[in-house]
Structures are given as C-alpha cells and as structure tokens.
Design a protein around this ligand. Sequence first.
Ligand code: ZN
Length: 508
Amino acid sequence: MLTRTRLAVVVCGLILASLTGHNAQAQAQPNRLVTSEPGDLPIILSAPHGGREAIVDAPVRLGKGVARFVTSTDARTDLLTEKLADSLEQKLGKRPYVVIARVQRKYVDANRPATGAYESELGKVAYDTYHRALADAREKVVQRWGRGLLLDIHGQVAEPKAIFRGTQNGKTAEHLVQRFGPAALLGETSLFGQLAKQGFPVIPAIDSSDREHAAYNGGYIVATYGSGSGGTLDAIQLELGSELRSSQAMATTADKLATAVTAFATKYLPQEEQAAAAQHQPPRTAKVRVGVYTDEGAGKSVALKSALQKSEDVAVKELTAEEIRSGALAELDVLIHPGGSGGAQGRCLEEAGREEIRKFVREGGGYIGICAGAYLASADYEWSLNILDAKVLDRKHWARGRGMVEIELSDVGQQVLKSTAKQRAIYYAQGPLLAPGNRPDITDYQTMATFKTEIAKNGAPQGVMPGTTAIARGEYGLGRVVCFSPHPELTKGLATFVLEAITDVKRK
Ligand SMILES: [Zn+2]
C-alpha cells in the first residue's frame, strides 16, 4: 500500500535517544509512536486518538485533576485516516499531509493541552512529536498555498451513523467564513454539505444555525491550528460514528469522505501553489472585482455592463440577491446597484442581504448607486441601506420624468471624476433629489455635483430639483460610497464617471 511505504517514521531516532537509561526491552520494540507524512495538497489530516501501540514500561495516565479525561481509543481512526489519504490521492492526484498517533491514548492524548496530556517521558516525546509535525505541516501549507484546511479525525459512539462537526461554532474556520461567507462552513457546498450529499447524517444539520454539540464541538488541535487563533489555516474536527468506522464500512466511508473533501477543495482551496500561480499571472496589476446587482428591481443595465466590460481594469460579476445573502460580496472590491426600482431592489435583498452590503462596505468594500441604487443607499426608506447620510426630497413626485439636465461639479467632484469641465449635461430618469440626512450615526456626505436645471413632469412642482445633490460621495465604516442620481452610463461621453468612481471607492 502506498501509505505504508510512504509514511515516514519520524520518532524512531527521538525515542531511542530518549530511551537512554530505559531497559533493553523498551528499546527493542518497534516504536512507531507518531507517523507523519509530507504532502502536496493544502490539506492536513490529523488522527490523534486511533493509536494501538503501548509504551512498554511507561505507566498509563491516571488523569488526576485533568478536565475531560478520556483514555479510550477512537477505534480505527488511524486506519481510516490512512485510507482517506489514499482516496484523496486517487481523486486529486496528490497526497495530503498526514499526522497519525500510533501510541495508545492511555499514554498520551495529543488533543489536549500539554498539561494533562501525558504522564511519562515517552508520552511527552510522542506529544511533542505530534505537535511539531502539525506545526510544520501548517507552516508548509501556508508557505506553499497561502491557506489551507486541517481535518482532525475522531470517533464517537453516540450517533453510530452520523458525523459531528467541531469548529467551536465557527471559530476554528473563521478565515474561511470571512473569505467566502458562512455558506462555506454551513451550506450545501461546505465540507459538511458535501458529506450530507454523500448520504452521511451530519450534526448540526446543513444551513441550520444550531450550535455544535458541546461534546464534539472541537478540541485542542483545531483550536490551536485553526484560524481562530489567527492565520489562514482553517481546522475542522470530524467525529465519525462507530458504524462508519467498522471494518466492513471503512473503505466506503473513506471513499465518500474523500469525495466530499475533493468537492470542497475544488471550490474553496487554492488549486495551485503560490509560486506557480504567480508565474501564470500575466505581469499586470490585479483587476478591480466589480459586482453588478442584476436581480429584481434592476434594469437590464446594458450600457453599464458594456462600459465595464470594455475596461481593462475591472472584472465584472453579476449578482443575485441570494448570492449577496450567501456571502458573494467577500470576493468583490466594489458593488454597483444600477437603475431600476430602489424599493424592489431593497425588498428583494431582504434585511439579510441589506445587512451583508452594510457589512461589506463597513469592512472596506466600495458601493456605487446609480438612480435606483442611490435611492437604495439613502437613509430614507424602510428598505434602504442607510449607508449614505442622505434623505430624498419631494418623495411624493419621484416619477418626475426623464430627460437631459445640467449639473455643476464641485471641486471634489471634478477631481474624483476627472472632469475638466465644471458644468455637464447628463441624462436624468427619475433619480432621487438628495439632501443631507443629518443622521448622527452616518458620516456626512460630500457633494460632487448639484442639479442646475430640472425635470418637473407628472405634477411635480417646479423649482424643487435645482440645488439638490446630483452626485454624492460618502464614507461608511472603512468603505466608500458614491451615488449618482442621474445616469452617466446612459450619457454619451460620461461613462468614464462610473469607472472613475470605481477607482475612488474600490477596496484599498
Ligand atoms: Zn477523539
């Protein structure tokens, strides 16, 4: 078997060295207390509780005063982890890093803090070896891929057919969630979502906000090596039911686990080492990742999308409300809400989607609203985002008509939008008449342009529109917001305003 021959026996030298003074019988036994194998995937498998080897002459642990003291073995998790590594190699063409305790848990428990993990000299050697191997593997993975995943494999008998997830309720996979949103940990495409797809009952259920089972919610290893302690390696503890680990079931279990891990890795883990990825990148600066909302309430936005697609500097992605709710903003630098209906967009997003946008901007993302997208950004409706400290004047006559109007740019407007002319003609289509909202909790906006002329059809009173804000620039948390009431993208020669606004608000 591949695994057998490739497993590097790490501790022989150490054990023998530390055995000086111990009796000859101890020296003679094959001391495979911990094995570790280097890998070529950003995945680390750890199995601390499946060991079967005794340490001759060492006393078993008594656990006086040790919290959560357990000495029983997680049966066959050592073999299962080997098989999982083999199956991953079959599916991905490369092997993960593997660290397996061969020594019985009654001599050392690698999934506990050092105090209480061992009570003998050899136990300490095995413990230190295990953790050195994990620390080395983590360092290599981060060095080579920038980030990765550690799976700590355990067994339980409470739910014989099921697998429990242990991440200290998300903490040990914090980086994953920050980067890809909660769906990467809790949803159908998460590791446990993929396990459920393979037919395993999983606890907690997929897409539920239930807390993890207190007995299986992640131990010392995932807490120590996972991203909850900083860094970019995420760690998940898997507690596999006894039936899944039986001699008959084990091969199937390993294969299904590998299928799930492969699906997860393909979606969420780096496919290439950093050095290789850097070589394959053409030597240009990274494109700004711009999302355009295209769900209910958005117009076709043909002109906007074509202006964006023509730009060398941006990569455009269309987004639905559901994608926004499930964390898609994490992959963006700028979000654009285009023309259409602000109310329909806001309602389609639902409070969960609106909160995702607020969080995105608060944490440094950029927001551009055009017409409906400016209504949406304002702080004036139950469905609005409240990320621009603006109210909307004469709300009653929002359907005031369409046509060309004159705007006057402020100094900051000219600077940001790179317009040498102070006065510009621009197409207007019932966008908001913005004015300062004076909300104490949102930073005041800067006026980039005001309306000089007006459209006042369908019963709208004359004289209200001139002097109101046509283009506003605000800050919200670490992010920036630019809102256009009129349509630069529908005005000949002014599509550059949108591109300059992207440069202004993009994540720094
Ligand atoms: Zn265990």
